[in-house]
Design a protein around this ligand. Structure first.
Ligand SMILES: [Zn+2]
Length: 91
């Protein structure tokens, strides 16, 4: 019995993932965006902000390198499907 299409696709997708630790990974199919570390003035929580050229707005995530689901508000943004990898950019 061969692999079903879905199984083959899942294996292909898994290859593109580079683990960072037990729960974080980079997705080599997704773009890498430079994040800027900010402190949320209301909560005092440190977050990573990333400028989204598709939405033309900042998206905010918990800090730390790795792949994220896109916080895109524009449905046409290609990040919606791929997500993106965050890494701390130049301040
Ligand atoms: Zn976006």
């Amino acid at each position: 019995m061969g692999l079903s299409c879905v199984e083959a696709e899942e294996r292909e997708a898994a290859k593109m993932r580079v683990p960072i630790d037990d729960y974080r990974f980079l997705d080599l199919d997704a773009p890498t965006l430079p994040a800027k570390e900010i402190i949320n003035e209301e909560t005092g929580v440190v977050q990573w902000a990333v400028w989204c050229k598709h939405c033309q707005e900042w998206h905010y995530h918990g800090r730390g390198d790795g792949h994220r689901e896109a916080h895109c508000s524009k449905l046409t943004s290609p990040y919606t499907a791929s997500g993106y990898n965050l890494t701390l950019g130049r301040q």
